[in-house]
Design a protein around this ligand. Structure first.
Ligand code: IPD
Length: 279
């Protein structure tokens, strides 16, 4: 990573930690829930407030004109979701909003930074567990300043795979999700899991707790920071069809090695998800 972004990286860690403290506090109070794209796509005042805090702090530090911002809640209010060559922050203020609403203790602040459409660094603060995952391009991945590494398991039969269900409840999509999960479970693998936050799921791949995580329907803000962390921990990222990973495509397989990832890809039943940057 170009040394010039070091200050931005350190600042992102600081901002993510402060944002996490706001989320923890808000979790102790009454949570008012609203919905976005459908009845199971939840949002709270905390999502909006925390995004404002993060973007406000970044703008104050780095200037409004030179840096761009893609934030989950700003995009849902109509802001563009386009990755250009400009320095761009990709932010999910509360990844795992459903968990947050229910008090299920996995919620993350996810902040990534891209320049020339390349992800330079990622920070994922799992705020209920108080775990800070972070990585800069070319400089390794860390959890609470300890280096982390993906698992060395090559035998799929000895793996744990994370899959999520997302928010699309159309029967055709749900059928494909469950059919994929059934095929993977029956390979057989040791188990299937899901934390309810894509950012945290990717960190679980990065620290070797599971071998892979895949999902169709996630957004760039859910996975951009985690993508850097997985790569820097020695893992790989691919599209669900085996092609190159594209952070705007809403499809992703992350895993500890190619053997495991290729085996998972063989079983995935692909369904449509409109790209984040679709006009
Ligand atoms: C969601 C979480 C979840 C994933 C969904 C995401 P949000 O993000 O990452 O794990 O399955 O696809 O939308 O809405 O809580 O920020």
């Amino acid at each position: 990573m170009a040394e010039q972004w070091k200050e931005a990286y350190d600042f992102a860690v600081q901002v993510a930690r402060a944002a996490g403290a706001v989320i923890r506090k808000a979790g102790e109070e009454e949570i008012k829930v609203q919905t976005k794209s459908c009845t199971v796509d939840l949002v709270t005042k905390t999502d909006e407030r925390v995004e404002k805090i993060i973007i406000g702090a970044l703008k104050e530090q780095f200037g409004e004109g030179t840096h761009c911002f893609i934030g989950e809640e700003s995009v849902s209010k109509g802001q563009p979701c386009i990755l250009t060559d400009k320095p761009t922050w990709i932010i999910d203020p509360v990844d795992g909003t459903t968990n947050f609403v229910h008090g299920f203790p996995f919620v993350a602040v996810s902040i990534a930074f891209a320049v020339n459409k390349e992800l330079e660094f990622g920070v994922v603060y799992s705020c209920m567990e108080d775990k800070m995952y972070k990585a800069k391009k070319g400089q390794g991945a860390f959890c609470d300043d300890e280096p982390i590494q993906v698992s060395d398991v090559k035998d799929i039969h000895k793996s744990i795979i994370i899959c999520e269900h997302g928010t699309d409840r159309s029967p055709e999509t749900v059928q494909k999700i469950f059919s994929t999960q059934k095929k993977i479970l029956c390979i057989p693998v040791h188990g299937l899991r899901g934390s309810g936050t894509a950012a945290t799921n990717m960190c679980l791949v990065a620290c070797g707790a599971v071998e892979a995580f895949f999902e169709i329907g996630i957004h760039c803000w859910d996975i951009a920071a985690g993508a850097v962390i997985v790569r820097e921990a020695g893992g790989i990222l691919l599209d669900v069809d085996g092609g190159p990973f594209d952070v705007m495509s809403r499809r992703m397989v992350s895993g500890n090695n190619r053997v495991i990832v290729n085996r998972i890809i063989k079983e995935i039943e692909i369904f449509d998800a409109v790209r984040d940057d679709a006009p």
